[in-house]
Design a protein around this ligand. Structure first.
Ligand code: SME
Length: 161
């Protein structure tokens, strides 16, 4: 497949997800390497929505360790009981944070981050990693992001061997 992403312009967030998800699905179906796929998913979401930061934290030795991402450098290790990432890991569910300053225990990798969504990637009932997206706008994530990103993370989970 051509290494080019087709992103519709001047359209709604839902339509952008609708356009992006099949393209990302095709990318990850064509490649078995997990790191390559996480890197392309991060790049596709960053390019598609111009989010401030998009990346993965992967479970390794009882910590969430920074994986492929797009954006400014970030915290490298998160304890499982810390931050929004730790909360999504422990609760095994998506966490939407409209205002990071109001989330108890939020880990500020950048003071420019204002709102956040974290989606766990669950395989065989176990959280293997989380997708973390930060915005420099308050209240930037909603149910459309949650539903679309959960669909995408289910596709990713299916691709993990
Ligand atoms: N804010 C996250 C930490 C990771 S950075 O946002 C990239 C958290 O509270 O878990």
């Amino acid at each position: 497949m051509a290494e080019e992403l087709l992103i519709p312009e001047n359209t709604s967030k839902a339509e952008t997800y609708q356009a992006l998800i099949p393209q990302i699905k095709a990318l990850i179906e064509a490649e078995k390497d997990l790191i390559a796929n996480l890197a392309n998913i991060s790049a596709a979401l960053k390019t598609g929505f111009n989010f401030f930061w998009v990346g993965f934290y992967i479970l390794k030795n009882e910590q969430l360790v920074l994986g492929p991402f797009q954006g400014p450098i970030a915290c490298t290790r998160i304890n499982l009981n810390k931050g929004v990432c730790g909360a999504a890991f422990q609760q095994k569910k998506t966490i939407l944070v409209p205002n990071v300053d109001e989330f108890p225990g939020h880990i500020a990798c950048s003071s420019d981050s204002k709102s956040e969504i974290v989606v766990p990637v669950i395989k065989n009932d176990k959280v293997e990693m989380v997708l973390d997206i930060d915005s420099d706008q308050l209240n930037d994530f909603d149910e459309t992001d949650q539903k679309s990103l959960e669909v995408l993370m289910a596709l990713l989970s299916n691709s993990i061997e």
